[in-house]
Design a protein around this ligand. Structure first.
Ligand code: SF4
Length: 370
């Protein structure tokens, strides 16, 4: 795929703007299908800006009112992006992955088992149900894990055999380079670690693919060595919000797990997976101040944890669908500061073996590490 590099805005600025405002598509069918609902980047479409594939909101209320419009792709596959009629840059759309055309012997489309994220990441939600999603008063307000399940776009539980089959096909047919396995939280004290272990072991037996596991901190730190031994290369334990008030408001169920438990889990996990191979998602724009996020990022980096700071995206159908996305200037300044911290610490997304930090499609953070 050729990628035009003639952006009117620098790539980091254009990506931050597109991720904050979203974009209206003159041709909604351009590129790989967008995704509604589920864990990870929902209501987004993958677009490539100056060689970097990012997830841009296209189905959110903000995107429908975005000043950015992507014109239909030309003969070279590139689409001109305009703001108020002025050309701001060009994007291309990754093609639909070949493995989406396949299905299992019992008729389940591979795309209901795992999907392509960014340019080269296979992503799956192993368990599409969550103890925190049972009650409106406990659910994480930004999450739509149940929506894609209710809409029949995925299945509730992906078996290790199914994951291995799809991972093998995605590597062979589409050159996928790493895999993200997240999970809703089951009602067991391991918080999903056991499911990740059996899933990772099956994938690793089928194909050589670096894997990031993502779960809440399990009850027992011995799970970290078990996860590593099963084939998990990097681990994400996601804070989402960093101050107690915002945690309690945005994720009333998950906030029951105290910050102190996250800190102790990070401390135990980093020696197992290595510095920079344990990470956490921080959603900016939900109420945490710059200062609070920077203070947390500093603390995490000091512990060897990669703070993946991403702009919050209000997903349709969630309690936060009308919450504004963070302004581009807020994100630019924040990512610039966190990027500077990472640079000074010598911690880089590109050194991560697998996962969201390495993919970087949900945040322009790694552009600020250089
Ligand atoms: S950063 Fe993570 S959630 Fe976002 S597209 Fe990449 S793998 Fe998916």
């Amino acid at each position: 795929m050729t990628t035009p590099s003639s952006s009117s805005l620098p790539a980091s600025r254009l990506i931050t703007e597109l991720q904050s405002f979203g974009v209206r598509l003159a041709d909604p069918k351009a590129g790989a299908p967008s995704r509604r609902g589920g864990a990870g980047p929902s209501d987004h479409k993958a677009m490539t800006v100056d060689g970097r594939t990012v997830m841009v909101p296209v189905h959110t209320a903000g995107a429908f009112a975005s000043p950015y419009v992507a014109e239909p792709p030309g003969a070279d596959g590139a689409s001109l992006v305009r703001r108020d009629g002025m050309a701001m840059g060009r994007v291309t759309f990754p093609r639909q992955p070949r493995f989406y055309a396949l299905q299992t012997m019992d008729g389940i489309p591979y795309s209901k088992i795992a999907v392509l994220h960014g340019a080269d990441v296979l992503a799956t939600t192993v368990l599409q149900t969550c103890i925190r999603y049972q009650s409106r008063t406990k659910t994480c307000q930004f999450c739509s894990i149940g929506q894609s399940l209710a809409a029949g776009r995925t299945i509730a539980r992906k078996t290790p055999e199914q994951l291995a089959e799809v991972a093998r096909a995605a590597v062979l047919l589409d050159g996928v380079r790493h895999m993200v396995m997240t999970t809703g939280t089951p009602p067991t004290p391991d918080r999903g670690a056991a499911i990740l272990c059996e899933s990772a072991a099956a994938v690793k037996a089928a194909v050589d693919l670096p894997i990031q596991g993502q779960c809440e901190p399990p009850d027992d730190d011995r799970w970290f060595a078990r996860l590593r031994d099963a084939g998990i290369d990097t681990l994400g334990m996601h804070l989402e919000a960093v101050t107690p008030e915002v945690r309690a408001r945005i994720m009333p169920g998950k906030a029951d797990v105290p910050l102190e438990r996250y800190y102790s889990a990070f401390k135990a996990a980093v020696p197992v997976f290595g510095r920079g191979q344990v990470s956490t998602y921080i959603l900016a724009g939900l109420g945490d101040s710059h200062e609070a996020i920077l203070e947390m990022a500093d603390r995490l980096i000091g512990m060897g944890v990669y703070p993946f700071v991403v702009p919050f995206v209000p997903v349709s159908g969630t309690p936060l669908e009308d919450h504004p996305a963070p302004p581009p200037a807020f994100m630019h300044d924040l990512l610039s500061a966190v990027g500077g911290m990472l640079k000074r610490a010598g911690m880089r997304a590109s050194d991560s073996k697998a996962g969201c930090g390495k993919c970087g499609a949900c945040s322009a953070l790694s552009l600020f590490e250089d």
